[in-house]
Write a protein that binds this ligand. Structure first.
Ligand SMILES: CC(=O)SCCNC(=O)CCNC(=O)[C@H](O)C(C)(C)COP(=O)(O)OP(=O)(O)OC[C@H]1O[C@@H](n2cnc3c(N)ncnc32)[C@H](O)[C@@H]1OP(=O)(O)O
Ligand SMILES: O=CC(=O)O
Ligand SMILES: [Mg+2]
Length: 525
């Protein structure tokens, strides 16, 4: 008998989510898979150390057969055949309703990059998903505005994104060990909703974040297999779209799809974590891997083109969907000029993706749904997707995926100041419970904030010279951080600003690079 402890405080309706049967299901998932998760995290560190020493990564010789042989992923279920527009967003109740009503085909219900895993967010997110699945979600704002699903309209199909393998859930323990965030998020959603989703002609669909290898995909596949057996639903009921958002995963796209082929739906080009991962992986591998200012690194940089082209090619070869990523530009309903610029940028981004062969893409805001739809409609017309466009013209080498030094742009003082400012503002938001925020008219979330802080770390480590001739040193960053703190005093609540500044210093300047900023941040909430 497993000793299961719920250490988190009461959250409204948590008794409906943390039922004895659901906790027993989670306990079994942990008993079966927690050790393997730990081993895979340790393997990540070993592989990273090797890549940093050699400055290289390559396609795996031991899986050449998988790349050479004929196989395809499972056919898409009917309600996932057309994914031309997907809106992402946290599972907060009002935003959930807005996303479901947005006109997007899919809502990526995010318990990951856009979510602070406060216990209350973790549980209330599950409550909101439970109601959303059943079409019974409504809300009245403090100002008295009513929110409900638009009568007669087709709500977006829910694809839930659990936390990545690295994050624990400390409010739940099994035999004294912290639970694994990914298994908690996946397990609760699957346990409570698999039957209700099936009755409504949908299914338990997931986005899987931050994988670093096909062995991590195999672990997910084994989790799915056991979960389906336990709940008595057919093997293959689950569908997963994997984010290719780490640099090692880019070298294992085919293998990841292969491991999950009975459950796989597609791959997504998660551009922000991808950039973060590239910096993290090669942070101490020398000047060839130093990126310019974050805003200079666009999707047309040669190494980013190589990555997205390979993703489309790989997916379509295997009958899987290639999903585009997030343009960070968001409209501002109070500022038409900002909105006009954002809309133009998003048009460009989605037009490029649709033209490259992606089957659909992401938007961060309801006002962008129409733009993404327009660009994909122009290419797809009445077809639900373009999986049949094989992109046999594409051939990408390891060297192209790693060709960072061909990226145009410069490291500037303004870029350093922006990285510190955005990093601190975002961390304050995250600590306060909002994992996604509009900062200077850009969407910021855990992935974009990771770029800011890891870039500062890398610039210090590589003694980078800025456009002003100054070298980036620990002292320089500390003085920029102090100025940023002064500038933000009064604008951000003191109880968030102080910890955010401390945390930024920790994740951007520590000798030992913290693998994820959310790891130390989580210990503070
Ligand atoms: C790198 C990645 O992983 S990307 C995926 C993860 N990131 C995300 O999902 C971010 C999603 N986007 C958001 O969270 C939000 O758009 C933000 C935080 C960036 C901006 O939100 P706001 O400041 O509230 O924007 P704004 O004031 O313009 O919102 C207008 C309305 O649209 C709603 N809205 C905005 N974005 C979303 C969204 N993504 N989903 C649902 N509703 C939304 C707001 O709730 C608001 O509704 P209301 O008029 O009923 O009050
Ligand atoms: O999750 C998406 C990303 O860009 O990161
Ligand atoms: Mg991400």
């Amino acid at each position: 008998m497993v000793d299961t402890q719920v250490l988190g405080g009461p959250v409204e309706r948590s008794d409906e989510i943390l039922t004895p049967a659901a906790l027993e299901f989670l306990a079994e998932l942990h008993a079966r898979f927690a050790d393997r998760r730990d081993e895979l995290l340790a393997a990540r560190a070993e592989r990273r150390a090797e890549a940093s020493r050699t400055g290289r990564l390559d396609f795996l010789p031991e899986t050449a057969d998988v790349r050479a042989s004929e196989w395809r992923v499972a056919d898409a279920p009917e309600d996932l055949a057309d994914r031309r527009v997907e809106i992402t967003g946290p599972t907060e109740r009002k935003m959930a309703i807005n996303a479901l009503n947005s006109g997007a085909r899919v809502w990526l219900a995010d318990l990951e990059d856009a979510n602070t895993p406060h216990w209350s967010n973790v549980i209330s997110g599950q409550v909101n998903l439970y109601d959303a699945v059943r079409g019974l979600i409504d809300f009245t704002s403090p100002e008295g505005k009513r929110y409900e699903l638009t009568p007669g309209a087709r709500p977006a199909v829910i694809v839930m994104r659990p936390r990545g393998w690295h994050l624990d859930e400390r409010h739940l323990t099994f035999d004294g060990r912290r639970a694994i965030g990914a298994l908690v998020d996946f397990g609760l959603y699957f346990f409570h909703n698999v039957k209700a989703l099936g009755e409504r002609g949908s299914g338990p669909y997931f986005y899987l974040p931050k994988l670093e290898s096909h062995l991590e995909a195999r672990l997910w596949n084994d989790v799915f297999t056991l979960a389906q057996q336990r709940l008595g639903v057919p093997h293959g009921t689950i569908r997963a779209t994997v984010l290719i958002e780490t640099i090692p995963a880019a070298f294992e796209m085919e293998e990841i799809l292969y491991e999950l082929r009975e459950h796989a739906s597609g791959l997504n080009a998660g551009r922000w974590d991808y950039l973060f991962s590239l910096i993290k992986y090669f942070r101490d591998a020398g000047a060839d891997f130093v990126l310019p200012d974050r805003n200079d690194v666009t999707m047309t940089a040669p190494f980013m083109r190589a990555y997205t082209e390979l993703l489309v090619r790989t997916c379509h070869k295997r009958g899987a969907f290639a999903m585009g990523g997030m343009a960070a530009f968001i409209p501002n309903r109070r500022d038409p000029e900002v909105t006009e610029k954002a809309l133009a940028k998003v048009h460009d981004d989605k037009r490029r993706e649709a033209g490259d062969g992606f089957d659909g893409s992401w938007v961060a805001h309801p006002d962008l749904v129409g733009i993404c739809a327009e660009e994909f409609d122009a290419v797809l017309g009445d077809r639900p997707n373009q999986v049949d466009r094989l992109r046999e013209d594409v051939s990408v080498t390891a060297a192209q995926l790693l060709d960072v030094k061909a990226t145009p742009g410069a490291a500037t003082e303004a870029g350093l100041r922006a990285a510190v400012d955005v990093g601190v503002r975002y961390l304050a938001s995250w600590l306060g419970g909002n994992g996604a925020a509009a900062i200077h008219n850009l969407m910021e979330d855990a992935a974009t904030a990771e770029i800011s802080r890891s870039q500062v770390w890398q610039w210090v480590r590589n003694d980078v010279e800025l456009d002003t001739g100054q070298r980036v040193t620990t002292d320089l960053v500390r003085s920029v951080l102090a100025e940023t703190k002064t500038a933000l005093t009064g604008e951000l609540p003191a109880e968030l600003l102080g910890p955010a500044v401390e945390l930024f210093e920790q994740v951007a300047l520590a000798d030992e690079f913290p693998d994820f900023l959310t790891l130390p941040a989580y210990e503070r909430i």
